[in-house]
Design a binder for this molecule. Sequence first.
Ligand code: TRP
Length: 331
Amino acid sequence: MSDDKIILTGIKPTGMPHIGNYLGVYKSLIELSQTHKTFAFIADLHALNLVHDPKIIKQHTYEAAAFILAMGLNTDNAILFRQSDVDAVYKLNTFLMNVTPKGLMNRAHSYKAMLEKNAASGDDPDNGVNMGLYTYPILMTADILLYNSDIVPVGSDQKQHVEFARDIAEYFNKTYGDLFKLPEPQIGKDIGLIPGLDGRKMSKSYDNTIPLFAPESELKKKIMRIITDSKLPEEPKNPDESTIYLLYRHFANDADTQNMRKLFEQGKIGYGDAKKMLFEKINSYLAGPREKYNYLMSHTDELDKILADGAVKARAVAEKTIERVKRAMLG
Ligand code: TRP
């Protein structure tokens, strides 16, 4: 990827991220931010369609900011801010409403999932659907276009939304001239499935996650609970079918990963010992970040300062875009 590409992603404040979220999206974001201009923001406005308690949104916003900083986002390279701190996003949202076909919103997976849920329970199709949910992809498009983003690292569940952003940018450009770049989603496909404790994809909705900043004892308990088959230590095992190995390889270096492969294939390790190895690796990987996370969560004034500094920088870029859009649409 060329170095002048602009990277952007939003982190929805929904509680403590798990290692699947981190490996799937944010690890590569943090890596990219070392060589590319990067915008990372806490998408608090996107939480509003569901969460109506300001205290919870505020708390989760701190958690999301502390998370990305603890995992190594360097604010010398990247701009970290709170979405709601940049007024231009509300404006661009209003402007983009007028080039976004309603039919596009009807096709959004998250909206369709609500319709299906309502149909299944015999409720009115629009039961529980507010306009924040329905127009969610437009606000997300505003985020992406406001900062001239080229590459948007997201989980596969957000791919459609980034494609919508591209569509909406094209609709705009067709009418008003080529003002917007067309963004591309970047999905962490090449890292493979990140399994949870039960072997299915790690996901909050399956309740099988390993939280990133759980205390050491809880982390150990979770890892020791990973579900395995009943093969004996001396039986050869396929590492690629083992949750233990599939997690281990993301935290270990190549030599250690190869070593675990061999131990599995040659029947030289039991699941209990393999779990202990996994725990040691994850724990040493996360010990530093856990400490930093806990520090930041007990010094939220420092988080406020970092987010406020980021907002100043983000506003400078956003204001320019909104002026151009205003001129293009209103003369
Ligand atoms: N909708 C994203 C999610 O639920 C968060 C988000 C908001 C986002 N705005 C964005 C992601 C812009 C990428 C780009 O995870």
